[in-house]
Ligand binder design. Sequence first.
Ligand SMILES: Cc1cc2nc3c(=O)[nH]c(=O)nc-3n(C[C@H](O)[C@H](O)[C@H](O)COP(=O)(O)OP(=O)(O)OC[C@H]3O[C@@H](n4cnc5c(N)ncnc54)[C@H](O)[C@@H]3O)c2cc1C
Length: 538
Amino acid sequence: MTEPAGESFAVEQTDVLVVGSGFGGAITAYHLAAGGARVVVLERGPWLRSDEFEHDFMLGSSYTRIFDFVVGDGMALLGGNCVGGGSVVYFAAMPRVPSFVFERKGSIGRRMWPATIDRAALDPWYDRVEQALPVSRNDWNTVTYAGGLFAAACARAGHTANPVPAAVDNTLCTNCNWMMAGCRFDAKRSLLLNYLPGAIANGAEIRPLHEVQRIARTDDGGYRVHYNVIHDDDYRLTNGSGAIDAKIVVLAAGAGATPVILQRSEAELGAMPHAVGRYFSGNGERLNTAVIDEDKARDLLGVSRPDGSAFRANQVGKGPCVASWDRLDGSLPEYSRFSLEQLYFPPGFGTILAQVPGPDGPTWFGPEKKELLRRWQSWLTTFTMSEDDNEGEFGAPPPTGNAFRISQQMLGRGPIRYRPTENTLRGWAESDAQVKEIMERDGLATVLPWSNDVVGAYTVHPLASCRIGDDPATSALDDRHELRGHPGIFVTDGSAVPCALTVNPALTIAALAERAVPGIVRAARQRGVAVSYGASLP
Ligand SMILES: Cc1cc2nc3c(=O)[nH]c(=O)nc-3n(C[C@H](O)[C@H](O)[C@H](O)COP(=O)(O)OP(=O)(O)OC[C@H]3O[C@@H](n4cnc5c(N)ncnc54)[C@H](O)[C@@H]3O)c2cc1C
């Protein structure tokens, strides 16, 4: 194999190279290591311990170090950037996907999921992940005040609401509401507490601050993975580079990064399937902020706190605890099904992104915005997850990573382009109307839009940019998650999920990764790796 002149690197050898340590990476790394393979995990972000998760918004605190916020054209993506990936920053809401989602056809006019996967086929894999993390069944005693208020508002408006299953140990949770900065109390069941320590105990090596750039072939039919070492404080800087040869590569860098690595590798690997970097879904997400009238909350819902305020709960609690699933009804037409989840967003993001109506449309400035900020503790944010149209596409990859890094940490400009179709816009409009119907009834709250109308859509659940499917024209991976035309490369992160799920996706990404492992083990054995499948859960 010929390498570019002037580049120097020490080439190591391993059996399996895993890119990214979120759900798709940690789960595959655990099983392959437990089965006896030599496993190296390269993770672009830092590795923080529980006592390093901080409760402030300062630049350089855990808050800015462990996020990746990429602004594209019409779509912004927020994800994790650390060992543990999105599981460290997520809200840990872990519902299963409703059955109708697996039958979705979308704009391609045929079933997007492989024929081998439906809800019944995925249930045993859901069971495993729920046991390993574990996921708790919440009840009304464990939901937060904000969740209770949303449920009461739903009931008044004639809608049902449900406690959401969550990977949170309620015996350890202090309701501090800082779960996005990483949980200091080990109450949030991130991958730092189960699959990753399990992988390490079985000999896997995890290397933080190692950002994979591209993949090439080796003469023996394996792959050479090239990485840069990222500076600990300023992610725009690199501290060198290197390469590792592997018989199997598992790509799990997240749906905003995996297709970019593959696109950049095309010159050396050969043509990519058409669907790499296409069909991106933002999970049909949409945010609305309801500014609660405290008096009305007390009078209409009969709730009050000892200090006389009825709500003012934004500072207390945890992430989403309650969701209304009335519209998760498979008999409704596609694009009109969605869930509404009560959500918490901290003042940093919230106040930057929330808008108020101005004379010429939504605005981020002016006296109304000041009033909105003054009352932020009385906000209740509702989160829509609907059926979008897989209308996102990635442009040419940036020189390194998945985005041009704009600031020292966290912020980048990425190649994603997203123009919501009429189908997506209709779903959002219907969900906006339902949020207003629930929250504005009898003046309980004033609902204000978030950023979608000005800067485009926003997602914390990127999906489908390198998806599984039966049709080679519209899916990049076969139903075993192997990249078409590139045997030995597997993709197990959110990019493999074929479409928007109408609920939070992490449990499904994790279940699909569990399901993919036996096939990856088989492929590794065919390539001479001494590995078996069947380890117990971590
Ligand atoms: C604030 C927030 C709240 C959320 N709440 C929920 C929730 O309540 N429920 C839910 O289901 N989902 C939630 N999510 C979404 C959830 O975190 C993601 O869906 C999930 O983590 C995606 O898993 P993944 O395996 O696709 O990728 P990730 O978990 O994102 O892991 C990808 C990893 O790869 C690393 N990486 C990227 N590029 C490279 C590279 N070039 N080289 C090496 N490493 C790389 C990243 O740093 C990251 O650690 C939330 C997300 C956010 C941001």
